[in-house]
Design a protein around this ligand. Sequence first.
Ligand code: PRX
Length: 651
Amino acid sequence: MSAEENLNTLLKENRTFAPPEEFKAKANFNDPDVYKRAEADPEGYWSEQAQKLSWFKSYDKVLDWDPPHAKWFTGGKLNAAYNCVDRHREGPRKNKAAIIWEGEKGNNKIYTYDMLGREVDKTAHMLMELGIKRGDRVAIYLPMIPELPISMLACAKIGAIHTVVFAAYSAKALNDRMSDTDAKLLITADGSLRGGKIIPLKDNADKAVKDTNVEKMLVVGNIGKESNTSWNPDFDVDWGTLKDKMPANPVPNEEMDSEDILYILYTSGTTGKPKGIVHTTGGYLTSVNHSVRSVFDIKEEDVFWCTADIGWVTGHSYVVYGPLSQGATTLMYEGVPNYPERDQFWNVVEKYGVSIFYTAPTSIRMFMKWGPEHTEKHDLSSLRLIGSVGEPINPEAWMWYHKYIGKEKCPIVDTWWQTENGSILIAPLPGITTTKPGSATKPTPGINADILDKNGNSVAPGNGGSLVIKSPWPSMLRTVWGDDERFQNSYYGDYKGVYTSGDVAHKDEDGYFWVLGRDDDVVNVSGHRLGTMELESAIVSHQSVAEAAVIGRSHVVKGQALTAFVTLKEGIKGTEEMKDEVKQEVVKQIGKMARPEEVIFTAGLPKTSSAKIMRRLLRDIAEGRVVGDTSTLEDPAVVEDLKEKYQGKED
Ligand code: PRX
């Protein structure tokens, strides 16, 4: 569906769902006045939220705003690991489950807050033993195993900055990130399990550390003997062996400044290489903690399951820092939804009595495709709230989620936000907001979001424009690591002091936001954000390729799927093998999640007379629409040729 078709369907959507009375009565946030209160005094509101954290020293000032640079809670001292772990060991949560880990083989590990604290301490000792000090960067390339959050929290404890790299990224992508952050240590595993297969993680890590300043590699023995991994005793350190040698005494929580960096996480942009998004300690923790209480309504007895991989921001904020800062029980699952069977997620929900479930529309559409019989095999009555994130959720998927997972009783929170935002910015508060399928509803309290036209005016109801945030918020990115100019231009270049998200959205008569997607060359494949420039440079690095253009085409399950239009060098044949080679090149340069779904060889790419590739036209061709205005094309014959090649092609 094109953005316009999508919009037409969305705006016809008029079903509404008020919060169920029973839910409302018990909700953490059920007084609608909260919005007005936050709007009248945003700093007062955020300060109230910051008070939910434990500060070693209170802040002197809530906000220091020198657009586009913000400092939150200046002068305040705190530690993220203390807030997420040690403070809960001091009270009645000491023996409460902090992390429930479910392995792909059906094995599990449960860490109480006290146990988690001991693991974090041991790991912090290991980091110090390996020479890591406050401010150093530590790269973490681990699958969904407990050592991943434990490593993050251990870094936070001693004041080191972590940069987590999703385990499906290639050696090249890992190398780029370690070089950019100048990481001193890499934490990885011998291998990972995915759908019953072993992925040789350390082989990638070995390639990735070349030409970096990484001094040591700390390797978790996750697979054991079967991994067959190579070993360099001067460089590789075995996690288990080192851990056994570490003392048992606690490691002090470093007193961090509110504005000290907690982590760097890379995300794709419109141009050039991925951006290292910088998040700091006090503001980030305040916002994620606020959202788990408000949007997720987390209570003491909940089991919260966010299905995202920790390699993405959703996992950072809603597997690790959000729920743990609130002393909640967070579930992490190692595997995929269809292994061993297609009912695996519902099996896990039933096994642990998951009460809050948070996933992506692409998974929901996959569940829809598989059919409700898989959900019906399990008792899902423990669920009381369900959420969605990562891309627009189509009303059909929303209704399916409501019916088959939420059993028509769980409110749905469709949450809009980005890596750069750190935490949810637009979403319903489930005890207050009436929801509409397909709309993320309204900005959460304390968030000043709007939709602007090209002249910077708020759009009238019924109109669309650029989705922006007009005031600073605590978990906003502070900069792009090593490139503040890029930060300023990418996010604050359009309107002064106003954050531009790069998304287009629509506002309806009730002031509800309907996010339509990106207005730039960023594609969203199964909730994974990829830059077309990045994909194109990966493809042209293949020796036989002359030129490439990549577009995201609508796809019923993935949201968008990648089509690469490729021009080969003189004399090279566009064979099926060559298509595979092109796809493989992308896997090698970026990672598996970026593999194009299809490759179309073409003699030329449609360009304007100023040599700009007309992506819109390519999208029209790929989505089978009548091609629009081609009057600015340099060579209209190119389009005819492409259309011919595309005829008869379907999903
Ligand atoms: O286009 C929006 C889409 O995902 C983008 C952000 O991607 P990323 O930084 O990888 O973070 C993903 C999860 C926080 C946004 O620019 N997006 C995210 N959530 C939604 C969404 N689009 C519509 N509705 C959402 N709920």
